[in-house]
Design a protein around this ligand. Structure first.
Ligand SMILES: Nc1ncnc2c1ncn2[C@@H]1O[C@H](COP(=O)(O)OP(=O)(O)O)[C@@H](O)[C@H]1O
Ligand SMILES: [Mg+2]
Length: 310
């Protein structure tokens, strides 16, 4: 449904997107996962034809994006910023968007009711949008993007700053549209969301797609490895702990995450004693230890040397 090859964008001296290529099939949720500033928004803006590309090709359903309206009409994009008229009601906003997409009359009225239903806002449809919570505005923004039933739906970090109820409403809608055959491009910097929603994930960092695959393929690439999470008696020792364990045999990387030491290391119980001994020998007191399966966070750490959450 979507095919992107060699996408490139430069802002002055900074290369924001550097040769990004990927494809999405109908009924697939593709996650573009990467930290802030990685180039996600710039990439999707070029795919949607909102931003001029420096290089690269974009095809929607076999049509070159530059072919104009027929290709563009297949895309629904939901930007991160709210693009609603706050002093209009939800229904009025949707009618406005519908006319932008050239819908009229009964067809438009039906599409508006379906979109309201899809995001769970039917009951509030005649309230002015300025009375909505942030999460409700997000859902309405999403409704605007699906009004014309696009074959490719692009969502830019749709859950940032929304309440849990709106988040699950967004997840459910994404899953339903996917089941109906929509191709979905979902950008996020939340690893958990990519793991839960996306059939395939492309990890983007500094403008480059550094790896791509299903969650299990990406984690399998790490080989037989585990993540060891260590809590210390005193948090101020954490940075020192990173340097203590870095370089130990079998240790690939170490970082501080949420006040704990995360060590990514080869599998095997024999890894643990030297690790703990090294910490104890420098006077660091270990409070607790947990050994877990690696996640996409570890994939990112392995490939970039940094944590996704930085
Ligand atoms: N209009 C712009 N002018 C200059 N630099 C920009 C512009 N838009 C984005 N950038 C830069 O391009 C890089 C990628 O940004 P962006 O695509 O917004 O990342 P993400 O969406 O992954 O957080 C960042 O370094 C950002 O500062
Ligand atoms: Mg962005």
């Amino acid at each position: 449904m979507l095919s992107v090859r060699g996408l490139q964008k430069r802002f002055g001296a900074r290369v924001a997107v550097d040769g990004v290529s990927f494809a999405i099939k109908p009924g697939e949720v593709y996650g573009l996962l990467g930290p802030n500033g990685a180039g996600k928004t710039t990439s999707i803006s070029m795919i949607a034809g909102i931003l001029a590309r420096d290089a690269g090709e974009v095809e929607i359903d076999g049509l070159d994006i530059d072919a104009g309206p027929p290709a563009r009409a297949q895309i629904g994009i939901v930007p991160q910023a709210i693009t609603l008229y706050l002093d209009l009601t939800a229904r009025e906003n949707l009618h406005f968007w519908g006319r932008m997409y050239d819908r009229r009359g009964d067809g438009l009225r039906r599409a508006v009711e379906e979109a309201l239903q899809a995001v769970g806002l039917t009951k509030r449809a005649d309230d002015v949008v300025s009375t909505y919570s942030g999460g409700m505005q997000r859902r309405l923004n999403l409704a605007c993007g699906i009004l014309h039933q696009p074959k490719l739906l692009i969502l830019d970090e749709p859950t940032v700053g929304v309440d849990p109820q709106s988040r699950s409403a967004i997840f459910e809608l994404v899953e339903r549209l996917r089941d109906e055959g929509t191709a979905i491009l979902y950008t996020t910097h939340y690893m958990e969301e990519a793991e839960r929603l996306c059939s395939r994930i492309g990890i983007i960092d500094a403008g480059k797609l550094i790896t791509e695959g299903t969650r299990s393929e990406l984690v399998a690439d790490l080989g037989r490895a585990v993540r060891i999470e260590i809590g210390l008696e005193h948090d101020e020792g954490l940075e020192r702990a990173v340097s203590v364990v870095t370089g130990l045999e079998g240790v690939h990387s170490a970082a501080v995450v949420a006040e704990r030491l995360h060590v990514f290391a080869d599998e095997g119980a024999h890894r643990l004693p030297p690790l703990l001994t090294a910490l104890l020998n420098t006077g660091l007191v270990v409070a607790n230890v947990k050994v877990v399966e690696p996640s996409l966070e570890d994939v990112f750490l392995r490939l970039t040397g940094r944590m996704l959450r930085d």
